[in-house]
Design a protein around this ligand. Sequence first.
Ligand SMILES: *Cc1c(COP(=O)(O)O)cnc(C)c1O
Length: 368
Amino acid sequence: MPRPIQAFVHTDALRHNLTRMRTATPDARMWAVVKANAYGHGLERVFEGLRAADGFALLDLDEAQRVRSLGWRGPVLLLEGVFEARDLELCSRLDLWHTVHCDEQIDMLSRHKTQVPHRIFLKMNSGMNRLGFTPTRFRSAWTRLNQLPQVDEISLITHFSDADGTKGIAAQMAVFTETTQDLPGERSTCNSAGLLRHGSDASVAADWVRPGIALYGSAPDFPERNIAQWNLQPTMSLRSRIIATQDLQAGDTVGYGSAFKAEAPMRIGVVACGYADGYPRHCPTGTPVLVQGVRTRTLGRVSMDMLAVDLSPCDATGGYGSEVTLWGKASAACGSAVLPIDEVAQAAGTVGYELMCAVSARVGFTQD
Ligand SMILES: *Cc1c(COP(=O)(O)O)cnc(C)c1O
């Protein structure tokens, strides 16, 4: 029998979250962002749950090929565009729409031989200073692109740095709107945070929106809001089992570095899950975890293959073989209790995105 750790991808929850995100801007078309192997879920495993999207947005050409192999004939957008000239051949062959964010990409396009002109998303750097043309250079980039026979329609795209925080999107939105006001073409602005927090603002309305993280059941602005408040459901559950128990006396310690010390007699469970599975080593004592759907806490340091949990709240239900939910949803047999990935991420000093993407190759996945 394999080690009992397993990750589950919940198709119903993906479907629910997609529908939920549509309500934020009902008139916009929606890219489901599936970069990084669908935020660690596996492209092939999320496809069914997200196929009601209007398109798939991603970064790797290999992933674009996989989406086409799944039979998807609709739009596919490369969010960083091409990395070298020959990538454009694949764009032509697979009908990939691609972002253009720098002069070098325009140069490559101008030398590309194609029968079919490409659909381009021209990216503006409206303040994030990652990718895109600054407002002063944006129009000349547009003009140059517009003259190329390799180019069909040009859409306009920008990305917000602070949609989840207090700074907000107003300044970037103003720059984008002003610079593009007399340019034709469809617009694309919001990620998950932009959509959830600012989507009801008519001035933010765009032709295309680009949610990622919210589709996967993580709140982009946690802890200000959680998934229950946003009406989102976990799409990934990481579950394992208790493979040993120990009865501690006052003064006994647990794990490497004796980082946890019992104050009184207590029973603990040892879980087949460690940092080599992608569970963050930085989670301290007290990180929430579910045993048979009952909320309890981790104890001491996370080791490579194991971690310890407090069985005090679990009475007789928690013991050898008990189901442990590290994040996501407990099984139906354990009441389907939810432990949002955001709570575990917060304990580790990171975000849900990183945990989803980091589940390691030795963990088997099941789609349900
Ligand atoms: C990753 C990404 C998104 C999705 O962001 P979320 O915060 O996951 O919703 C949208 N747009 C671009 C350009 C991205 O790179």
